[in-house]
Design a protein around this ligand. Structure first.
Ligand code: PLP
Length: 390
């Protein structure tokens, strides 16, 4: 089955009881047990729910996995995976990582006696050098957030197999539409489904998929024990979002590729980070493991003053935390997604006060570009005035 068909027919499409063309929202916390001493498929929504099951089957199918789990947020999904490491274990993670995952690792791991090392994700040698006797897992995020650096997934998987380590990836930016890590040998794939998978900025959700029965059993137990499962109505919204994910994303990617190319030409843009650009360092590796540059790009306006001026003059994108909505979203990683990283560390990572991240929505690409250009022209005029006054 091809991807376009899978998005509609990969998971349950109709309700087997009524033929309804949309899986119903089973908005129930518990289920009547006619034979109360015998087990039945659904007993209590924290343990399982038909709407959630439909979503979990769908995401597993899209990611070429056998098992899928839906959580109440991307962070709940990340926590369900990472908090299953044990005291004395060591984990290696890319240094350019989502701020929430960074905070979880740096603040919670020490309390549980789990060790960690952040490495330069673009350099396979640094992954290799960080491996210790007690290393248990390698955690990837590619393209990374917010600098869009690229990790060689096959290279990391090869290393993991040589040392009998688990591989985990956050596939939020690429989604199953453009990158299928299970096919590349990764053990666990995580998503913030808040982003492109749902796609409409109206739900927070997370997904985890795997092909491994033992990992799947652990994830199920964790979801049940922590009670971090996704509620039925939110599952239904995501099932709805998934059906249009490819058409949405193809257009959003087209917009991002266009905007990234054009922004490079503006004198107030110091740099543009986007894996499809010819000069991007990881471009070749990226296209060996993914099929588009994605819908997110980051650019550098040099300093906070310029960003402030720019944000004050854009009218089409909303300025917000998050990405992956139908509307374009501008965010400021320095005080939003990466605020939890101490300032010195943020700057060392390259998350400086001039960086702006843009998640392209479905607007007309020239409307969007003109709006960004107008705001950039204000930045240019203000800088010229400042120079004159000084
Ligand atoms: C790459 C990535 N992973 C995980 C998360 C966390 O997802 P959530 O906000 O749904 O908990 C985010 C949120 O921005 C993200 O960008």
């Amino acid at each position: 089955m091809q991807l376009d068909t899978k998005l509609i027919h990969g998971g349950p499409l109709i309700d087997p009881h009524t033929g309804s063309s949309s899986v119903p929202i089973y908005q129930a916390s518990t289920f009547h047990q006619a034979q109360f001493t015998e087990s039945q498929e659904f007993t209590y929504t924290r343990f399982g729910n038909p709407t959630r099951k439909a979503l979990e089957e769908t995401i597993a199918c899209l990611e070429y996995a056998k098992y899928g789990y839906a959580f109440s947020s991307g962070m709940a999904a990340i926590s369900a995976v990472l908090l299953n490491f044990s005291q004395g274990d060591h984990l290696i993670l890319c240094k350019d990582i989502y701020g929430g995952a960074y905070q979880l690792v740096t603040e919670m791991f020490p309390r549980y006696g789990i060790e960690y090392t952040f490495v330069d994700e673009t350099d396979l040698d640094s992954w290799k050098k960080a491996i210790k006797k007690n290393t248990k897992g390698l955690y990837i995020e590619t393209p990374s957030n917010p600098l869009l650096t690229i990790t060689d997934i096959r290279g990391v998987v090869k290393l993991a197999k040589q040392h009998n380590l688990l591989t985990i990836i956050d596939n939020t930016f690429m989604t199953p539409i453009y990158q299928n890590p299970i096919k590349l040998g990764v053990d666990i794939v995580i998503h913030s489904a808040t982003k492109f998978i749902n796609g409409h900025s109206d739900v927070t959700a997370g997904m985890v998929v795997t092909n491994d029965q033992e990992i799947s059993d652990t994830l199920y137990k964790t979801q049940k024990m922590l009670g971090s499962m996704l509620p039925p109505y939110d599952c239904w919204l995501i099932l709805r979002g998934i059906k249009t994910m490819k058409v949405r994303m193809d257009k959003e990617v087209e917009n991002a590729a266009y905007i990234a190319k054009e922004l490079q030409k503006h004198s107030k843009v110091k740099a543009v980070y986007y894996p499809d650009l010819e000069h991007h360092k990881g471009r070749k590796i990226h296209y060996s493991q993914a099929s588009s540059g994605g819908a997110v790009l980051t650019f550098d306006l040099g300093n906070y003053e310029n960003v402030k001026n720019f944000f004050a003059h854009v009218t089409i994108p909303i300025v917000a935390v998050s990405l992956g909505g139908v509307e374009s979203i501008l965010s400021y990683p320095f005080t939003m997604s990466h605020a939890v990283i101490p300032e010195k560390g943020r700057i060392e990572l390259g998350v400086t006060d001039g960086l702006v991240r843009l998640s392209c929505g479905l607007e007309d690409k020239d409307d969007l570009l003109n709006d960004l250009h107008k705001a950039l022209d204000h930045v240019k005029a203000a800088s010229a005035l400042r120079k004159k006054v000084l």
